[in-house]
Design a protein around this ligand. Sequence first.
Ligand SMILES: Nc1nc2c(c(=O)[nH]1)N[C@H]1C(S)=C(S)[C@@H](COP(=O)(O)OP(=O)(O)OC[C@H]3O[C@@H](n4cnc5c(=O)[nH]c(N)nc54)[C@H](O)[C@@H]3O)O[C@H]1N2
Ligand SMILES: Nc1nc2c(c(=O)[nH]1)N[C@H]1C(S)=C(S)[C@@H](COP(=O)(O)OP(=O)(O)OC[C@H]3O[C@@H](n4cnc5c(=O)[nH]c(N)nc54)[C@H](O)[C@@H]3O)O[C@H]1N2
Ligand SMILES: [Mo]
Length: 766
Amino acid sequence: MTTVIPTTSHWGAYGVRVVNDEIVEVVPHPADPDPSPLLGGVASAARHRTRVLRPAIRRGWLENGPGPTDCRGRDEFVEVTWDEAVGAVGTELNRVRAGHGNESIFGGSYGWASAGIFHQAQSQLQRLLNLIGGYTRSINSYSNGTSVVLLPHVVGSAEEVMRQPTSWPTIVEHTDLVVAFGGIPAKNVFVTPGGMTEHRTRDYLDRAAARGVEFALVSPLHNDLPSHIPATWYAIVPGTDVALMLALAHTLLVENLADREFLDRYTSGADVFESYVLGAADGVPKSAEWASTRCQIPADEIRQLARRMAALRTLVTVTWSLQRIPHGEQPVWAGLALAALLGQIGLPGGGFGHGYGSMGDVGSVGPSIGLPHFSKGGNKVRTFIPVARIADMLLSPGDAFAYDGGTYTYPDIRLVYWAGGNPFHHHQDLDRLRRALGMVDTVVVNEPYWTSMARHADIVLPTTIPMEREDLGAGRRDTHLIAMHRATTAPGEALDDHEIFRRIAEQMGVGDAFTEGRTTREWLEHLYENWRQKIGNVVPPFDQFWAEGGIELPFAEEHCTMFERFRSDPEQFRLKTPSGRIELASDVIAGFGYDDCPGHPTWIEPDHSDEDSFPLHLVANQPSTRLHGQLDVGAVSLASKVQGREPILINPVDAVARGIADGDVVRIYNDRGACLAGAVHSTTVRPGVTQLATGAWYDPLQLLDGSTLCVHGNPNALTEDRPTSQLSQGCAGQQTRVQIERFVGPVPPIRAHDPPTLAQRNGNPR
Ligand SMILES: Nc1nc2c(c(=O)[nH]1)N[C@H]1C(S)=C(S)[C@@H](COP(=O)(O)OP(=O)(O)OC[C@H]3O[C@@H](n4cnc5c(=O)[nH]c(N)nc54)[C@H](O)[C@@H]3O)O[C@H]1N2
Ligand SMILES: Nc1nc2c(c(=O)[nH]1)N[C@H]1C(S)=C(S)[C@@H](COP(=O)(O)OP(=O)(O)OC[C@H]3O[C@@H](n4cnc5c(=O)[nH]c(N)nc54)[C@H](O)[C@@H]3O)O[C@H]1N2
Ligand SMILES: [Mo]
């Protein structure tokens, strides 16, 4: 028997057995009670034919040099030597710095990359870019980029709400009723950035159910709570949670069930919110009847739920997906206001939560201890964009944009460098993104795989995956720090991001500053020992840690949550808001004057203008079979495909009306784009709603009329590239409107799961 070689991943820690440089077995970490199903995709993806084997340059760039072009994603690639590729990148970085300034380099490079503290792709890239004078960065995330801007205004901190919420054990012990907007989707809880060794969320859900905790699942999808957990399913129309929340608030107010004492003592702006809910402000009472025409939940059920919430210890929780839609601030703020009316914020098991079921660590009780840290250095360029404004920036240099009360200008980007992310996975309206990327002079991408982003680059540099290098790995609130050992060799000529940037740094004359004279192993020891000292030498020295394959992290003392402290003494523990309290109306936000984000939680009627043409809602949520686009070529994701396409769930009522049989290839379209997918009839989606997860590798087929069809099923071919609001400029890609038809004619092949044609220098394809 070979030994198990330890590693970790965003979906958890595990080990591999290797024979003749091939992974023969994937073994979950012994401490993990509930290993992720994604482990089943690891071995098959590791050496998949789509690995990038050698540096490659787009022929048009090689022959014509840098410049705007519509050939990105269409030209063939020519394989080159590492020396040539590194030389080209260094020369191009210097050209752009000298001619346009560092601001013209976009190094935001958003994305999840891989677990591992040292080989974190963005940190390595940004360390290099900082050493050569800086870059335009991006701020916030696609995950919760709207909440992180809103919450500081209304409760003083996003961090405390999302990272230190009421713990699962407290919920299991104290909560009577969980009202889960967006549910608590089990598919998501295996994932935590950096990894999580012990997955316990599903066990907590089971224990809560065993204690008799009631669950109200508010979601268009029944699967958003594990089906064995007893729950009442409120099959809401997507995008209408705010209407329901306001109606619940309305019932509490008119039936005198709101906690007046709490509102007086702990909130500000309750009068403004109340007058809006009751209709004094605009003549429209947000009654249960008013809401039921929007959210399609009967008025009686809304009133009964409100009464139940007031009678029991109730936790209102909102998934991050609810803020990833137009006006995404509102469901979060309205959910908070609803919890405030119940008066249970800061009581054990009651109040407001955000992200239970969105990420594995939300509510986790793992040790809250700092982790080893690799420094990126400082960025001298101040220019930034909110992360989801990438295409706007590239298409409109010099234009002004609003953000959180300020006005900023989009820089003139000439060079885009991506390492560890895939905009053709994460961004919306991919046709538009394609056009946007055509505006710049040069696109450089470090990637292990021929993803769509790699295919749209000018220079592609092949990188390793974690099993091919050494690292330290742990996620937030992880129980273990894993010594990530090298398990296999890298395919072809792939190098670690660190080594790639070291070579570029050397060429640019900052090699010593980049490495500080350390080898990779010396870096790991350095990061570990620094950290060990910082936490008081309570863990073994590096050699022992490394030899043992990891260590258990020491538990630090638990603190109360921000809301518990605040409730205990609202003067001493004032919130960091202007009023020091929970703001149910915010003068600051009102003062910004944004019509798309008013000064209190507000129902903003969705745009119904295209409903006749595109009558179905499409929910584009996180995939259960992979991490975003990662592992799409792995066995678990491939097994879920229908005729090779991404499955789309469609209610039988909607399918039959369109003559779509289970297993048919369907064409999904709207006025932005179209894709194919494989129909799966399911009553787990409410009628009028379809569900197509993100992450099928974008596979655009150019049609004769000039439009593109993603033949594989990437929902971002359809989503709109619009911000949540001017306040946060967040990603609003979770939902869109579509029409669906059975696809007739020969089904085009999937090409995204094969590498592109690669030419040799002499012109012969390899
Ligand atoms: N429609 C719609 N779109 C969405 C969402 C949605 O709800 N709906 N959700 C959004 C959310 S929340 C997120 S977080 C984003 C996720 O978007 P991304 O994080 O961009 O998606 P990933 O597929 O994880 O991309 C990571 C890339 O890094 C590469 N990689 C892995 N390890 C390494 C490494 O060591 N070095 C280098 N150089 N590369 C590496 C992988 O191969 C992969 O291509 O998507 C967003 N997009
Ligand atoms: N397996 C797996 N797990 C993951 C990820 C992954 O790619 N794969 N990605 C990770 C990342 S980066 C993030 S940010 C988190 C994201 O966490 P979330 O954003 O919370 O996850 P989603 O799956 O996109 O959405 C959760 C559910 O919200 C429901 N929903 C959508 N729209 C509405 C609505 O209008 N109203 C209501 N009530 N419900 C709605 C959908 O049915 C969906 O299943 O997940 C993480 N976990
Ligand atoms: Mo995310």
